[in-house]
Each structure stands twice: as C-alpha cells, then as structure tokens.
Design a protein around this ligand. Structure first.
Ligand SMILES: O=C(CO)[C@H](O)[C@H](O)COP(=O)(O)O
Length: 234
C-alpha cells in the first residue's frame, strides 16, 4: 500500500520526467511535497543536470542546500522557466489555497516571475470547492487587529458570514513569516467566486497577500495511492 509520502515522491519524479529540462531556471516551492521534489531534483543535479534555482522560503533554501542544489538570489535569476509548488487545496479548475506553511507571499512572487507554474500534490489535495482549508492572509504586524476587522467585514460582504479568523500561533507565539508579517487563518467554508475575493482581499490596507492562487497554475501532477502519477493541464 502506497503511503501519502510515497504518493508525493511519485509526483516529484513525474514532474522531473515531464517538465524539467537541462538549462532551465526553476522556482522551488515550499511544503513537504515540494521538498520531496527538491530532494529528487538533487539526485539529478548530482548526476549532471544543469539547472539554476531560486526558492520560495528559507526552509526550501535549507533543503536545497542539503541536497547540493546551489541557490541563486531571486533578484539575480531573471525570468524563471518553471515553478513547481504544492497546494493546501486545489480544485478542478486549478484554483488553489496555499500558505499552510506561511510562505504564500514568496510563493506568489516566484510563481508570477515564471513562464509556467506546475502544481505538485497527492490526490488528497483535490477538492470540489475551495474553502475546507482555512484561507491564510498575510498581514503586516502594525494594527493587525484593525486589518483583521476589515478582512472579516469583506468576507461577510462576499457572502461568507460565519468566517472565523485566528492569528496563526506556534508554541504559544504568533507565527512570523519570512518577510516579518503575521498570518490570519480564515475558516470560511465554501468560498464563492475565489477570483474576485483574491483581488478584493489585497485591496485592504495591511494585507500583504492572500493564499488564493486562482490564475497561477497551468497544470498539476498528482501522485496517487496506487503508486502512479498523472498530469492534468488547463
Ligand atoms: O503553501 C504552502 C506553504 O506556504 C505549501 O506549499 C502548502 O502548505 C503545501 O504543503 P504540503 O506539501 O506540506 O502539504
């Protein structure tokens, strides 16, 4: 029986087979699934594959270095050919919620700096409608409770009346992102019109970015519990 971790690994191998080519500039995503891909990529780099890589979090920098992948500063790399990153949820229109690992801001910047983004996941991440996973919203620390009130009001106006918003905590301390911000996790239930909500959330002063990625992914590579992986494209 294939485990979830094995399904993630199979997806990582499939991405390399189908999408990664010699000479590419790559954006390396965050989270456990992306890290399986990075470890797999490290084996190919050791065997002679030439790629130039930048990452979407300090945690991914650490994994990449550990497996012998040199990291290029995002300011130096120019336009990327491909970013490979994982979702917390993805629907069949390739719309996603990301940010479970608090890396959504760097992830969105790197995705937009790329010609192509491919999502990598196991089959448990595919949903009919977005919103089962709490939507992360990255906010500046200054007056974060004011920003939280504005987010709550916007969600209600958007038809999500019962949203529960909590500042993300770890070990009794607020989580601080790689850019020094807080994360508000918004338990929404089904999210109507995610494209519009993605845009509106970012218009609130104090919101730096939100975890809706409705336009970025051009395809997904899905690892399955039967040990296979498949590709689906927009
Ligand atoms: O968005 C993310 C981090 O901000 C991750 O990519 C997302 O949480 C998926 O992680 P995992 O592969 O561990 O489930």
């Amino acid at each position: 029986m294939t485990t979830q971790d094995e399904a993630k690994k199979v997806a990582g191998r499939k991405v390399i087979e189908e999408f990664v080519r010699d000479g590419m500039k790559l954006g390396l995503g965050s989270g456990t699934t992306s890290h399986f891909f990075v470890r797999e990529l490290g084996k190919h780099v050791a065997a002679g594959l030439k790629v130039t890589c930048t990452t979407t979090s300090r945690a991914t920098n650490d994994v990449a270095r550990e497996v012998g992948i040199k990291i290029t500063d995002p300011n130096e790399i120019g336009e990327l050919d491909l970013t490979v990153d994982g979702p917390d949820e993805i629907d069949r229109q390739f719309r996603m919620i990301k940010g479970g690992g608090a890396c959504l801001l760097w992830e969105k910047i790197v995705a937009h700096a790329s010609k192509q983004m491919i999502t990598i996941c196991d089959e448990t991440k595919i949903v009919d409608q977005l919103g089962g996973f709490p939507l992360p919203v990255e906010v500046v620390q200054f007056a974060w409770k004011q920003t939280e009130r504005m987010v709550s009001r916007l969600l209600a106006e958007h038809g999500i009346a019962e949203a529960v918003i909590v500042r993300r905590m770890k070990d009794g301390q607020p989580v601080v992102t790689d850019s020094g911000n807080f994360i508000l996790d918004c338990r929404c239930g089904v999210i109507p019109n995610p494209e519009q909500l993605e845009i509106k959330l970012n218009q609130i002063p104090g919101v730096v970015e939100n975890g809706l990625f409705t336009r970025e992914s051009q395809g997904m590579v899905v690892g399955c519990f039967d040990g296979t992986a498949y590709v689906a494209m927009r």
